[in-house]
Write a protein that binds this ligand. Structure first.
Ligand code: HEC
Ligand code: HEC
Length: 248
């Protein structure tokens, strides 16, 4: 893509933002509807593709980045490289091929259409221009997100693996100090309703070990459902391992 091309897109985005300020000032403007739809799409894509590293509000507290020590700073309000809409777009399209961006940032050119990239760029620009308004869009989009096993896995590795082990079998780093031991979640037959209760309310309320913490205050309902999907995946994985062994 040529520099001119980027420049043109940058201009389109900036014009868009000007329209948005109109929208918030309550002034009628023919471009509003399209612009707002693009912003909404951007917020939604951001939740689906970016929040896992950049956090659901872009402030860097992604479940993946938080679970890895010394992960590069992913707070989009404190950019190192991307200072305007053109360089934001390039960072998104090119990832580590642009400037000296860390290889942890994937390039998105093959994974999103041009208009999706425009929409998510617009969302990042808007985030920097008017954080509190952008967060309203981000929260709305996060609320509408379906649970995902991928997010569940990252949350599990970040918060549960210290006790339950990365494979869920109960052998985490803290496990030896606990009696009763953290449950083996890969062979647990607990039903979803029970998983939901013990994860949100903790062990003590259900007359189990108080060492199992309550997570209700920390995770949204969708995040808890995501973790449950991951527990299903751990059970499936263990089931496959056992049947492979039996076949040998
Ligand atoms: C797997 C983790 C991961 C995902 C997913 C991810 N990013 Fe990043 N992103 C990073 C990291 C790490 C950096 C680089 C930090 C650095 O090099 O300083 C980064 C950098 C950036 C930058 C440049 C920031 C700067 O310092 O100037 C932008 C803009 C950006 N990401 C936007 C996005 C958008 C939009 C998405 C979703 C489409 C996304 N990222 C998805 C990890 C990720
Ligand atoms: C500090 C250690 C610790 C952490 C962290 C922890 N747990 Fe637990 N968990 C336990 C212990 C101990 C038990 C066993 C309780 C008992 O048997 O009385 C348990 C039990 C459970 C059970 C019950 C399983 C069954 O079959 O009855 C589930 C489900 C569970 N934990 C899920 C999680 C999830 C999900 C997380 C992360 C969000 C998590 N735990 C984090 C210690 C922990």
């Amino acid at each position: 893509m040529t520099a001119l091309h980027f420049l043109r897109r940058g201009t389109v985005l900036l014009a868009g933002l000007a329209l948005l300020s109109f929208a918030r000032a309550g002034l009628a403007n023919p471009g509003d509807t399209e612009m707002l739809a693009s912003l909404r799409l951007g917020a939604q894509l951001f939740q689906q593709r970016c929040a896992i590293c950049h956090g659901s509000d872009g402030l860097g507290e992604g479940v993946l980045s938080m679970s890895i020590a010394n992960y590069p700073n992913t707070n989009l309000l404190l950019p190192r490289v991307s200072t305007d809409s053109t360089s934001i777009r390039r960072a998104i399209v090119e990832g580590p091929l642009f400037a000296d961006i860390s290889p942890f940032m994937p390039p998105w050119s093959d994974a999103m259409s041009e208009s999706e990239i425009d929409a998510v760029t617009l969302f990042v620009v808007y985030l920097r221009q008017d954080l509190s308004a952008a967060i309203v869009y981000a929260r709305e989009a996060a609320r509408l997100m379906p649970p995902s096993a991928r997010i569940g896995r990252a949350l599990f590795l970040g918060r549960c693996a210290t006790c339950h082990g990365a494979d869920g079998a109960g052998g985490g780093r803290l496990a030896v100090r606990l009696q009763p031991r953290p449950s083996n979640l890969a062979i647990s037959q607990a039903e979803d309703a029970y998983l939901r209760s013990i994860i949100s309310l903790g062990g003590a309320v259900l007359l189990r070990s108080p060492a199992m913490p309550p997570w209700r205050g920390e995770f949204s309902e969708t995040e808890i459902e995501s973790i449950i999907l991951h527990i299903h995946a751990l059970r499936q994985q263990r089931h496959e391992e056992v049947s492979n062994e039996a076949r040998r």
